[in-house]
Design a protein around this ligand. Structure first.
Ligand code: COA
Length: 355
């Protein structure tokens, strides 16, 4: 029998700082009422200025690894906001977690990154290339969101969440089956950062938004609902399941109205849709494992629930899969360290050179 990647442990980390809607309204033309009613978000988690994506990833990885004796030979970090353009963030995270010489790489599929990572982890385990995978979704969107942009700043938050997957059998609870993934690159402009890549390395000095995320909110909303619902239907059909077989819908935490509409399109009662963004915002590639880890820590996921996971993100990319939640050791939410272990800096940052 081909080995399957099986969920062994989960964990998360949220930076302690929160930015409320009222704080945002002090510096941009918006209001608590507008943000609350359009997005369902009351506050978002913000990393401290010196905290890098790897710092968040290390804390989430540590939280997940605390709860398992499984050994890890592969680390995958799904992120849109890596520490640097080169090298990848995953080797740094693996080193700081003391995992030694392991396979490690990053994966960028924006908010669909964690589902893509689950698919990759399954493939690595199925071929025997990996026996224990630490898959982390980690994001510091505050580095790519223009602080005064009312279209994006209210939505995104910083955070990381991690899952340990071990080699097991496809019929076990927690086994990852086929993940439906798709994309449409003609929609790349829906959400994009124009400068900073090979196409346009240097931001236009006359355009302060050039190095920051631009998002067509209304079009993103429309595509997100349509593609997540369609992807969920395919994932359910592939398993011979119907909407009424789903105990919990865990959709990428983009916006509470998107979550409600996807559930409605699928005919899944609203109360079965997990809502995890109210106090932390949209944590992009971290949002699905974050919702799972926080539900597990709160005791609302206890094992045997059939979960429908789905995401939509920049690219545009999207996907869905069905997984039966395994019985995991209970764990509390991580203790919030006021100042996480400092990021190991070999050279000073630009800010340190040019304060
Ligand atoms: N506060 C107050 N007004 C705002 C605002 C804000 N933060 N952001 C936009 N507006 C204004 C717009 O300027 C527009 O004004 P106008 O009618 O005078 O031109 C009006 O509100 C409506 O804008 P629109 O963008 O059509 O609003 P919306 O109802 O679509 O809500 C989003 C905007 C961003 C909340 C919504 O489109 C959304 O959530 N989209 C999905 C975004 C997302 O989840 N992205 C991540 C996916 S991975």
């Amino acid at each position: 029998m081909t080995a399957a990647a099986v969920i062994e442990a989960i964990g998360h980390y949220l930076p302690g700082r929160r930015e409320s809607n009222d704080e945002l309204a002090l510096r941009m033309d918006t209001s608590d009422e507008w943000i609350r009613t359009r997005t369902g978000i009351l506050g978002r988690a913000r990393a401290e200025p010196g905290q890098a994506t790897s710092d968040l990833a290390v804390e989430a990885g540590r939280h997940a690894l605390q709860h398992t004796g499984a050994s890890v030979d592969t680390v995958v970090v799904a992120t849109t906001t890596p520490d640097r353009k080169c090298p990848a963030t995953a080797p740094v995270v693996a080193d700081r977690l003391g995992l030694g010489r392991v396979t490690s790489f990053d994966l960028n599929s924006a908010c669909t990154g964690f589902l893509a990572g689950m698919s990759v982890a399954s493939g690595l385990v199925a071929t025997g290339a990996a026996r224990g995978v630490l898959l982390i979704g980690a994001e510091k969107y505050s580095t790519i969101v223009y602080p005064d942009d009312r279209g994006t700043a209210p939505i995104f938050g910083d955070g990381a969440a991690a899952m340990v997957l071990r080699a097991g059998t496809p019929d076990e609870p927690g086994a990852i089956g086929a993940v439906h993934l798709s994309s449409d690159g003609s929609l790349w402009e829906l959400a994009h950062v124009r400068a900073g890549g090979s196409l346009r390395p240097v931001p236009d000095p006359d355009d302060p938004h050039d190095a920051y995320l631009r998002m067509n909110g209304r079009a993103t909303y429309r595509h997100a609902v349509a593609e997540m619902a369609a992807s969920c239907r395919l994932a359910l059909a592939a398993r011979g399941l119907a909407a009424h077989d789903v105990d919990r819908l865990v959709a990428h935490q983009a916006n509470v109205r998107i979550l409600q509409e996807v559930a409605r399109e699928l005919g899944i009662p609203g109360e079965r849709s997990v809502v995890d963004l109210t106090d932390i915002g949209n944590t992009a590639a971290a949002s699905i494992p974050m919702a799972l880890s926080r539900a597990h820590a709160a005791g609302t996921l206890t094992g045997r629930e059939r979960l429908l996971l789905t995401a939509f993100g920049a690219g545009a990319s999207w996907g869905a899969t069905v997984v039966t939640w395994p019985h995991l050791k209970p764990h509390p939410a991580p203790h919030l360290a006021p100042h996480p272990a400092p990021h190991r800096q070999v050279h000073p940052t630009t800010e340190e050179v040019n304060p």
